[in-house]
Design a protein around this ligand. Sequence first.
Ligand code: S3P
Length: 189
Amino acid sequence: MEAPVQSVAPQTAPLRRIVLTGFMGSGKTTLGPILAARLGWSFIDVDDVIEAEAGVTIAELFARHGEAAFRERERAAIARLAAEDSLVLALGGGAIEHQATRTLLLTTSGTLLVHLEVELATTLKRCQGTEQTRPILADHANLAARYQRRLPLYRMAHVSISVDTLFPEQAVDQILSASGISGGKPNPT
Ligand code: S3P
């Protein structure tokens, strides 16, 4: 299920934030800080913010309040964070399922939504042993269906990059070139 690099967003406004989406294990949290350093921007992981604000882990949030409550916290956190400038923002893998989040990230001026595409086999390999902290991964019965359901939503992103075989620096290079940022610095105009 190889997806070529695709870029469908000729950004007219100066780029002010890059938002990373993709299934678990796609490298959002690994690549995000590298990309941010290359740009001289900040990096924020939405899951970290949710955990810090809730004072409990995501697994505990799921266990205590259910997935729907987690999704609402996630939507609100993204809406707030996606207004910041000079920011690389890593979403949790399921955030893309929320229609309002997709619309926000696809239509806000200065925001580039980048999909890091992985095959499900890559997720299983990279995330092996993290079921305790990833309740969606632990839900084995529904994992393949979730993956299939989300794939077309991820692919709505402005840029989609297949990252199964890429090293982090290579993936960052591809993000920078697909987003039209030359030399790792955003266009100052
Ligand atoms: C989730 C992915 C996780 C986290 C939560 C739900 C999902 O983030 O947001 O466990 O629904 O795929 P990562 O994609 O960073 O693992």
